[in-house]
Design a protein around this ligand. Sequence first.
Ligand code: SAM
Length: 288
Amino acid sequence: MKQRAEPAAGVLYVVGTPIGHLGDLSPRARDLLIAVDTIACEDTRHSGQLLSRIGSAARRCSFHQHNTRTRIPQLLLELEGGRSVALISDAGLPGISDPGQELVAAARELGCEVISIPGPCAATTALVSSGLPTDRFCFEGFLPAKGRERRDRLVLIASEQRTSVIYEAPHRLCQLLNELFELCGEERPLQVARELTKRHEQQVGPTVGAARHYFQENSPQGECTVVLGGALPIEIESLSDTHCLEQLLALTTEGMSAKDAAKLLSSRIGRSKRELYALLHTMTEQAD
Ligand code: SAM
């Protein structure tokens, strides 16, 4: 099939670049990055190495989370003027936990054509080699670093029945595994993909407990993507007060607060968390 000539005037190209192995840059991405007018890079110095290697002399400009507001209008002017623009990030697909989404939305709003040149993405690369279900999955990206927001997100992830994919910095990986241990239990399937496509690529699993134990002994280094198996569906007939109470007690015995246990069970079975909290409270009062 004959392909359209690239780059075309006034088009924004969202280009995937390697997440480690330089051989993963596709021939199409390479040709585009050589021929395009302007390349918006998350970090011009970082991407400079890749661009010099392929012999790209295209104009480069920085595009990162701190200059988005000023850069977007400039890049839109270029597109309106008929120049072609490529957007790349430090690694992987721009827009996936990387800057890009706002530029793409602004370009579309202006009526510009946006074309994706697909390439590696840590989330899908980790997912497909994890052995966990890939038919339905959720991408969680980076979780809030701390506090209530983090806790709330984790509680939702713990009750999610689809596979979840999480990006985590190595210095927080052990904390994340401890939190998942508390909320999901040690047997929940999990795979940590470390340094994907690089020399020291490694997969650690197959459960929350096993990965937690491994990283307690071996300090996490390099880039990590966590793939967590989904929660088992709760059967409708098991939703009597007695069964709810059993599950609440199991969660609190594992160290969870009554409030968090009620919230977690509520997100799993759809019963009000206030009701569940009251159930647990009445039971503990009776025991006193
Ligand atoms: N846009 C990128 C993509 O498409 O995957 C993601 C960028 S995000 C700022 C960086 C995070 O992605 C890292 O903290 C890590 O969680 C994950 N990641 C990136 N490269 C990786 C690799 N080679 N192995 C494992 N995880 C990786």
